[in-house]
Write a protein that binds this ligand. Structure first.
Ligand code: ADP
Ligand code: MN
Ligand code: MN
Ligand code: MN
Ligand code: MN
Length: 339
């Protein structure tokens, strides 16, 4: 008996990392994360090493069933280490582990809304070749072949995420043709991040079989079209129990250098997307407000009404690294809530 393990990792491409993966045939039956061995790869081909000392280490950190291959086959998300077993400089997960352990008692959880855009033959899916479709208005949560492009891929991706056991919690069509969203969470910082990276890999892999590419480009079409974001919804136990903690969290994100400290790690090209138009706040001005989709951070109306719940940081780009955004938010908000 053997099974196939798809080892997945995040590379060192700048300014936005890419996913890589390769297959290992393993004897026996899958026996969980701890039974999976470390593996290696050529870091000089992934912007993670120089050719003269190119070996890098893959350390399994999360595993789930492989819905593409089925059977006993599995997906294995890895951290990248140097050969002395220290985290590689491209490894942002290691630092999140420390911060989330430090603040675990506050029970932080996240739900991330991942927006993305399908492309085929160099055009967003649904765009006429060399031209533009009807302006935005009818596409968001639309139905019908005049408004919806790529639903067969979206449904297959959703089924694959569910079969893999990921904490995917919904999908919707977005405001531009060929643009979609899925949500992961709410779960712990490490879980939401690991599941989101695997869900991204499954998105590319599922779309590949349809001859379609998916991109997390935050501004896939210039001009009067919404960009693609990754709204990051966050709460701690105190926020889920009372409004004072909600306000403390919102205020903490606006203190001193925090707005810029956060935004510079919220995805490459963020100033192209956070213009102040298209349901965004300007990248260099922090604001928060109830129901306000033009604020940096939104308090949903129901949260104000109930006097408890969660907040939505609307700034992260679609191409954000979830290990970074969740670490920054936990660090900033939980430090303030601890006082
Ligand atoms: P919208 O498009 O209106 O901004 P969505 O329904 O797409 O909202 O996303 C809301 C997100 O909020 C979901 O990902 C959900 O998991 C998350 N969420 C709900 N409750 C909480 C909570 N208490 N803490 C953190 N995230 C939450
Ligand atoms: Mn080789
Ligand atoms: Mn949404
Ligand atoms: Mn959206
Ligand atoms: Mn949102």
């Amino acid at each position: 008996m053997t099974f196939k393990a798809e080892y997945i990792w995040i590379d060192g491409t700048q300014p936005t990392a890419k996913l890589r993966s390769k297959t290992k045939i393993i004897a026996g039956e899958p026996a969980g994360l701890d039974a999976l061995g470390i593996w290696g790869f050529d870091g000089s081909s992934t912007n993670q090493a120089e050719g003269h000392s190119s070996d890098r280490v893959l350390k399994p950190v999360f595993t789930c069933p492989d819905p593409i291959r089925g059977g006993d086959d599995i997906l294995v998300l890895c951290e990248v280490l140097n050969i002395d077993m220290t985290p590689h400089e491209s490894n942002t997960r290691a630092a999140l582990t420390e911060v989330s352990e430090k603040f675990a008692a506050q029970e932080p959880i996240f739900g991330i809304e991942q927006e993305y855009t399908f492309f085929q033959d160099g055009y967003p899916l649904g765009f006429p070749k060399g031209g533009f479709p009807a302006p935005q208005g009818g596409y968001y949560c639309g139905v019908g072949a005049d408004e919806i492009f790529g639903r067969e891929v979206v449904e297959a991706h959703l089924d694959n995420c569910l079969a893999a056991g990921l904490a995917i919690s919904g999908i919707n069509a977005e405001v531009m043709p060929g643009q979609w969203e899925f949500q992961v969470g709410p779960v712990s910082p490490l879980e939401v991040s690991d599941h989101l990276w695997v869900a991204r890999w499954l998105l590319y892999r599922t779309a590949e079989d349809f001859g379609i590419a998916a991109t997390l480009d935050p501004k896939p079409v210039k001009g009067d079209w919404n960009g693609a974001g990754a709204h990051t919804n966050f709460s701690t136990r105190a926020m889920r129990e009372g409004y004072e903690a909600i306000i403390t969290a919102c205020e903490s994100l606006g203190e001193g250098s925090k707005p810029l400290d956060h935004v510079k790690h919220y995805g490459a090209g963020i100033d192209d997307r956070l213009t102040g138009l298209h349901e965004t706040a300007p990248w260099n001005e922090y604001s928060y407000g109830v129901s306000n989709r033009g604020a940096s951070v939104r308090i949903p109306w129901q949260v104000e009404k109930d006097g408890k719940g969660y907040i939505e940081d609307r700034r992260p780009n679609a191409n954000v690294d979830p290990y970074l955004v969740t670490r920054l938010i936990v660090d900033t908000c939980c430090s303030a809530l601890e006082k």
